[in-house]
Design a protein around this ligand. Structure first.
Ligand SMILES: Nc1ncnc2c1ncn2[C@@H]1O[C@H](COP(=O)(O)OP(=O)(O)OP(=O)(O)O)[C@@H](O)[C@H]1O
Length: 267
């Protein structure tokens, strides 16, 4: 897959998302069928590559440490460990915010107005829980990539999209994915709650950034949880968090980098 792609495919009923760096918007299927305005697809321009890629040597070291540490799912988290987990979540948010500020050249959050479409979120078939979260996040109109992809994904079709950085791709794939997941039956009290969605991110910063966005959108979805898995740096904490986080008793979304191997996990 080329740099800048966002791919959403249904795999055995569970969506799998893979995304690299941001570039341009391409929704060929919809465009061919005349459903999309050429404007959305013609706002093209190869954007700068965002994110920092780890050096190969450091990755290898981390992978070796992962393999040594293993990834079992036994044990009960102590209060101290839970505090550590909260710290991890806070670190993720701090890191994501830092990245957001860097990306926006110091401005605070929000999408560039020129990427907004005329379509409002409440014009789409979005569940009331997601709609509430979208409103809380301050999103009213969809960006062009969101307008172009959301209705297609909600129909259960695969989408491959490219759009510039900061154009709202994260919400473009997370929101429909959450909508699909929220319709799956919720089984309580499972020892190992299922992983229903896997999002692959090229860097740890982006994984954290996507997690922040996912938590915003999942605010009212009590049966869905998010877990970032970087692997290597804090595998034990991530492992404990996967076991202990009560909001992850049901369905779960996993965000991970390509870099860390996650032994013992099933999607
Ligand atoms: N419809 C919307 N209205 C207003 N703001 C939005 C909307 N969708 C997303 N945003 C905000 O716009 C900013 C950029 O969005 P986001 O990071 O999802 O873009 P992106 O295309 O995924 O960027 P990147 O390729 O760098 O990951 C975020 O702060 C996000 O909260």
């Amino acid at each position: 897959m080329a740099s800048g792609d966002l791919l959403l495919r249904a795999h055995a009923g569970a969506p799998v998302l893979a995304r690299a760096f941001s570039c341009r918007l391409l929704v060929p299927a919809r465009r061919r069928s005349g459903l999309i305005s050429p404007l959305a697809a013609s706002k093209v321009g190869i954007a700068d590559v965002v994110g920092r890629v780890r050096s190969g040597g450091a990755d290898q070291k981390r992978r070796r440490r992962d393999a040594k540490e293993g990834f079992g799912f036994s044990g009960v988290a102590t209060r101290r460990e839970l505090i550590d987990d909260e710290k991890v979540e806070q670190d993720e948010e701090d890191e994501a915010l830092k990245l957001g500020v860097e990306k926006n050249g110091g401005e605070t959050g929000g999408v560039d107005g020129s990427y907004l479409s005329e379509t409002r979120f409440d014009q789409c078939a979005i569940s009331p829980l997601s709609m509430k979260a979208v409103k809380d996040a301050g999103y009213e109109r969809m960006t062009e990539v969101q307008e172009a992809t959301l209705p297609i994904i909600l129909q259960g079709k695969d989408v491959l999209a490219k759009a510039k950085t900061g154009t709202g791709k994260t919400v473009a794939f997370l929101l429909p994915a959450i909508e699909v997941l929220s319709t799956l039956p919720h089984q309580r009290g499972q020892l190992r709650p299922p992983i229903n969605l896997l999002v692959m991110c090229p860097t740890r910063e982006l994984a954290n950034q996507v997690a922040v966005e996912a938590r915003k959108l999942l605010r009212y979805h009590r049966t869905l949880g998010v877990q970032v898995v970087i692997g290597g740096t804090r595998l034990t904490q991530e492992q404990r968090s996967m076991q202990a986080n009560p909001c992850q008793e049901g369905l779960r979304i996993i965000l991970r980098t390509h870099l860390g191997f996650l032994p013992g996990s099933r999607v």
